[in-house]
Design a binder for this molecule. Structure first.
Ligand code: HEC
Length: 142
């Protein structure tokens, strides 16, 4: 439990850095994020964030399978604000070309902004220390 709380606080601190102007970190945010992940994301992105098989290869219908959110995927390559926009609005411009067809739903209207932040905080909390370090280099707090 202690490790969970320490991890939660560490990643909430990171998140808070990209989230100026919002209310401060909530130690229960990760638990809510985990629940949302299991209910809304795991069916496609995998219970452990492993993604769907052959996620880099478009299917016959032209759509891409769901990518992993763990260290093997590319979720961590994106700044938090962009991840937030993709979850809230789906794969639409500026994060995808106009008319792009994808299975990734838009969660606006289904999840509140806070719930989206919390589910992303949960995904972020699963990344190993090395990925956190690389993200801190790539996306220094402004
Ligand atoms: C019905 C299946 C499905 C569900 C449910 C789903 N996704 Fe996705 N998601 C996808 C697919 C497919 C893509 C790849 C989109 C593309 O490039 O065409 C994707 C892409 C993404 C991306 C951008 C790619 C990346 O990893 O950077 C993020 C972030 C993401 N999903 C987060 C979530 C979160 C968070 C949830 C739950 C709140 C969720 N998704 C629920 C199918 C799904």
């Amino acid at each position: 439990m202690n490790r969970l709380v320490v991890g939660a606080l560490a990643s909430l601190t990171l998140l808070a850095g990209c989230d100026k102007g919002k209310s401060g970190p909530d130690p229960f945010a990760l638990l809510e994020g985990e629940g949302i992940y299991k209910a809304e994301c795991a069916s496609c992105h995998g219970a452990a964030g492993e993604g769907q098989a052959d996620w880099r290869t478009r299917r016959a219908d032209g759509k891409l399978p769901a990518p992993p959110h763990d260290a093997s995927g590319h979720t961590w390559h994106h700044p938090m604000a962009q991840l937030f926009a993709m979850v809230k609005f789906g794969m639409v411009p500026p994060n995808a070309p106009e008319g792009y067809v994808s299975d990734m739903p838009a969660f606006a209207g289904k999840l509140t902004d806070k719930q989206i932040h919390n589910v992303l905080a949960y995904i972020e909390s699963k990344w190993p220390a090395e990925i956190h370090a690389r993200r801190a280099e790539r996306f220094p707090p402004q």
